[in-house]
Ligand binder design. Structure first.
Ligand SMILES: [Zn+2]
Length: 174
């Protein structure tokens, strides 16, 4: 184990920490699912162990967040570049998953992933619109469909255009 406490952070450090953060998020979410499943199957020791693992991984995420705090927000250009790249990647990955589940005739997964893809496509321009807003303007309202994740920028009065959920399934996110 090495310890470079007090060393200055470089651009590469930030990139690696961001990757570690993403990895931590994915792994923490995965073990949380295992914990829920173990709990449903009445395997309480295993459920607790999985919850502990999730918590431990969240500590990693928190540390990454603390280390990169302030650095990412100050580099608007990097944020935009990264956001666009990540969105493109997410779209490609969903598209590939969708093709696989469609080919396998897995209807439940196909329906869900098809909706995720629609939502990701619709969301891909959200950053651009938010970046254009002046800091003196009142905060933009965002309403998120809790069934499919579709985002509306005004209070919804109609059904969700992606999944058809009734308008009170939308939650205001501030
Ligand atoms: Zn929806």
């Amino acid at each position: 184990m090495v310890n470079y406490r007090g060393a200055e952070m470089t651009v590469c450090d930030e990139k690696f920490l961001e990757q570690a953060y993403v990895l931590g998020t994915r792994n923490a979410e995965r073990v949380s699912l295992y914990a829920r499943k173990a709990s449903q199957e009445d395997r309480q020791h295993l459920a607790r162990a999985f919850r502990v693992l999730a918590n431990s991984r969240r500590v990693h995420m928190k540390r990454c967040r603390l280390l990169i705090r302030g650095k990412v927000a100050s580099t608007l250009y990097d944020m935009k570049k990264q956001f666009v790249e990540e969105t493109t990647q997410a779209l490609e990955q969903y598209q590939s998953l969708l093709e696989q589940s469609r080919a396998a005739n897995d209807k439940v997964a196909t329906n869900a992933i098809d909706q995720f893809l629609c939502v990701e496509e619709a969301n891909s321009s959200l950053y651009e619109r938010a970046a254009r807003l002046s800091e003196t303007e009142p905060p933009q309202e965002y309403w998120v469909c809790q069934i499919c994740g579709f985002v509306k920028e005004q209070k919804p009065t109609d059904r969700c255009p992606v999944c058809g959920a009734v308008h009170d399934k939308f939650q205001l996110v501030e």
